[in-house]
Design a protein around this ligand. Structure first.
Ligand code: HEC
Ligand code: HEC
Ligand code: HEC
Length: 449
């Protein structure tokens, strides 16, 4: 062992205990830190944000590098975490809520004091590749470095060039509000030891160049698994359940595999492309966390890259089919009556819907996920679809928290999960009550409905 290993037996025991405690703390940290908790529902992108991402970059000595860097920060969706309401794009300060406290995103504009103005390309790459910051030290994985680790050095350098070119804001984001000992960044040594090793992207030579590009975008900058993959108790992604869907902040990021019921099995390549480009297709509309991903990231990617992502997603083997149990006849009758009263105005009888306006619910994957959290969260809290350049307006699914009690929401959810060919486990009033208690329902969506 190294010289740091204590000679006396007593000290060694103490050190081992200390390491175990650190690992335990790291374990509890991991179970929640992995969630991107997004307090702001997009209504319209803040002014200037889309312009910064889309307006032409004037010619100059490093214009090509800056253009490439901007494109890569779009692919990484750096905007939605690093921009607070009312702040300059990328100036940070957005609070990511966790059950234990708040983690604030950093200022990554070129400001010399609070931003990354004085950073070298090597220092910037160390953040993406290793999760270690020049100023903060070890980062919490609320910053998705376990995905960004595969980003190449050249891509990292280009991102830095772009971020240094955006208007700098002299702004110091608030300090994280985490209780002891989670506020000690050294805790992340334990977490990283168990859950993370820096690595690059390994292309699969048996697959096409397009597939490999898609794999790089999805696993790397796009960090789709940060939301769509279930976590272990330690908060690391379960590699054997990659992209098979996961609960994320009272919503559910659905299964993206070829499963025809819960996944993208019923969606054509063109359907997936249209959803990522415009935020809607004939099957669904992107709301919640996915609305931000679409608005700031996927809707602005090139056709070639979207096709690469689609090719990769279409290659994912279907997740196992695990639907179990069926609601009682009484729940189905009650659910039918509630659906008729509360839902048919938009989703129409037989839930046929109006494609690209109000999704048809027969075959809806969002409705049939193994865990009904997303459906319950949507009925309770409502949602707004992503505004995109292709579809600048949004559609609203109203919040039913005030109109329906827990049992009614359970019944209508069970009904939606088991009608028009749908099949999924029934929902209980207790499940609804749990999610209702976690939602911040002070600012209802669907005002005026
Ligand atoms: C899911 C939210 C999220 C996304 C997406 C995200 N970040 Fe972060 N980032 C954070 C948070 C939170 C921190 C601060 C973490 C901490 O305090 O440990 C951070 C920290 C950083 C830092 C460290 C800055 C410093 O002063 O130490 C850099 C650099 C950074 N992010 C760059 C990026 C880039 C580039 C992208 C896009 C490729 C990106 N981030 C995407 C949440 C995010
Ligand atoms: C910040 C979390 C988050 C990230 C990152 C994310 N998603 Fe999602 N995604 C969601 C949520 C939540 C939904 C459900 C949206 C809804 O209910 O309308 C969703 C829905 C989807 C759907 C529609 C599924 C369906 O059956 O309706 C697709 C396709 C999708 N995401 C693809 C992606 C891809 C590709 C990426 C990476 C480029 C990605 N997502 C990154 C959270 C995320
Ligand atoms: C005012 C119109 C309106 C009403 C009323 C309404 N919805 Fe919706 N619903 C929408 C819109 C718009 C979307 C698209 C956004 C989305 O996917 O979340 C949607 C989406 C959904 C989805 C997700 C479909 C998918 O696969 O993406 C489900 C499930 C759903 N609604 C169920 C219901 C239920 C159950 C009710 C009644 C309790 C209801 N809706 C009432 C407008 C409405």
């Amino acid at each position: 062992m190294s010289a740091a290993w204590p000679r006396s037996r007593g000290k060694r025991v103490l050190l081992v205990i200390a390491i175990l405690v650190a690992l335990l703390i790291a374990a509890s940290v991991g179970s929640w830190l992995w969630f991107k908790l997004n307090p702001v529902e997009i209504v319209e992108p803040p002014p200037g944000v889309l312009a910064l991402l889309t307006q032409p970059i004037p010619d100059g000595p490093i214009a090509d590098l800056v253009r490439r860097g901007r494109y890569l920060t779009i692919a990484g969706d750096c905007m939605s975490c690093h921009t607070r309401a009312g702040g300059q794009p990328f100036a940070g300060g957005l609070g990511l809520q966790t059950p234990f406290g708040t983690i604030y995103s950093s200022n990554i504009t070129g400001d010399g004091d609070y931003g990354i103005g004085g950073w070298t390309p090597a220092q910037f790459y160390r953040v993406l590749h290793d999760g270690r910051s020049k100023t903060l030290g070890r980062l919490y994985p609320a910053m998705p470095y376990p995905h960004f680790t595969v980003v190449s050095r050249a891509d990292s350098d280009a991102m830095l060039a772009f971020l240094k070119s955006v208007p700098a804001e002299h702004y110091n984001p608030p300090a994280n509000r985490l209780p002891f000992p989670l506020d000690i960044r050294l805790v992340m040594i334990g977490w990283n030891l168990l859950n993370f090793s820096p690595h690059g992207f390994k292309a699969d030579p048996r697959q096409s160049a397009e597939w490999n590009r898609g794999a790089y975008l999805v696993r790397g900058p796009g960090h789709c698994g940060a939301c769509h993959t279930q976590k272990t108790v330690l908060g690391a992604e379960k590699s054997d359940k990659a992209l098979q869907g996961a609960v994320i902040e009272n919503r559910f990021a659905p299964d993206l595999t070829g499963n025809p019921r819960t996944g993208l099995g019923r969606w054509s390549a063109a359907d997936i492309f249209e959803y990522l480009r415009t935020g809607r297709n004939q099957h669904a509309g992107a709301v919640g966390q996915m609305a931000e991903v679409v608005t700031y990231s996927t809707s602005l990617l090139s056709d070639a890259d979207l096709n690469a992502i689609v090719t990769y997603l279409k290659s994912l083997p279907a997740s196992p089919d695990t639907a179990s149990g069926a609601p009682s006849a009484a729940a189905m009758r009650a659910g039918h009556a509630i659906f008729f009263d509360a839902c048919t105005a938009c989703h129409l009888v037989e839930a046929k819907g109006q494609p690209r306006m109000f999704p048809p619910l027969g075959g809806s994957a969002v409705a049939q996920q193994r865990d009904p959290t997303g459906l319950i969260g949507l009925i309770l809290g409502g949602g707004r679809t992503a505004p995109t350049l292709a579809r600048p307006s949004f559609q609203t699914m109203p919040s039913f928290a005030w109109k329906l009690d827990d049992q009614q929401i359970a019944d209508v959810a069970s009904y939606v999960r088991n009608s028009w060919g749908n099949r999924a486990s029934p929902v209980s009033a207790k499940q609804v009550a749990t999610i209702r208690s976690k939602l911040d329902l002070r600012q209802p969506l669907g005002r005026g409905d």
